[in-house]
Design a protein around this ligand. Structure first.
Ligand code: HEC
Length: 104
């Protein structure tokens, strides 16, 4: 058994995660999900406010899970907006981890 291919893969992932402009595969998936489901209201640049929704840069996995799947917030979290405009999008549940990876 050879460990080389795995080691190379790990190296590629590590380098990809660090390089400017290049997203890790998970983050790239998250970006696709974000562009497909979120930019009607949030900005295509998650660090900026969108036409309807607030900036999402730095959103934790817990926050994304609560807000996107159930329309709620994690215990003790102070929402950026007091409104309840956003409808939950439970179909995105399998992509919460990659979304969090993209937005962190
Ligand atoms: C219909 C418009 C709309 C869509 C589509 C939408 N959002 Fe939102 N989102 C909002 C609005 C408006 C808020 C502010 C709170 C509210 O009114 O619900 C918000 C708030 C949030 C918050 C809470 C931010 C904070 O820190 O308080 C998160 C996280 C979030 N959205 C993630 C997403 C993600 C991820 C998607 C795509 C999967 C998405 N939203 C799609 C409109 C939208």
């Amino acid at each position: 058994m050879s460990a080389t291919p795995l080691a190379l893969l790990a190296l590629a992932v590590a380098l990809g995660g660090c390089s400017e402009g290049g997203l890790s595969p998970a983050a790239e998936r998250g970006r696709q999900t974000y562009l497909a489901n979120c930019v009607a209201c949030h900005n295509t640049d998650p660090s900026q406010p969108g036409p309807v929704g607030p900036p999402l840069k730095g959103s934790s996995r817990e926050l994304l899970e609560a807000k996107v799947i159930s329309g709620t917030y994690p215990p003790g979290y102070t929402p950026k907006r007091p409104t309840k405009v956003m409808v939950p999008i439970p179909a995105v549940a399998p992509e919460i981890a990659s979304l969090a990876e993209y937005l962190r």
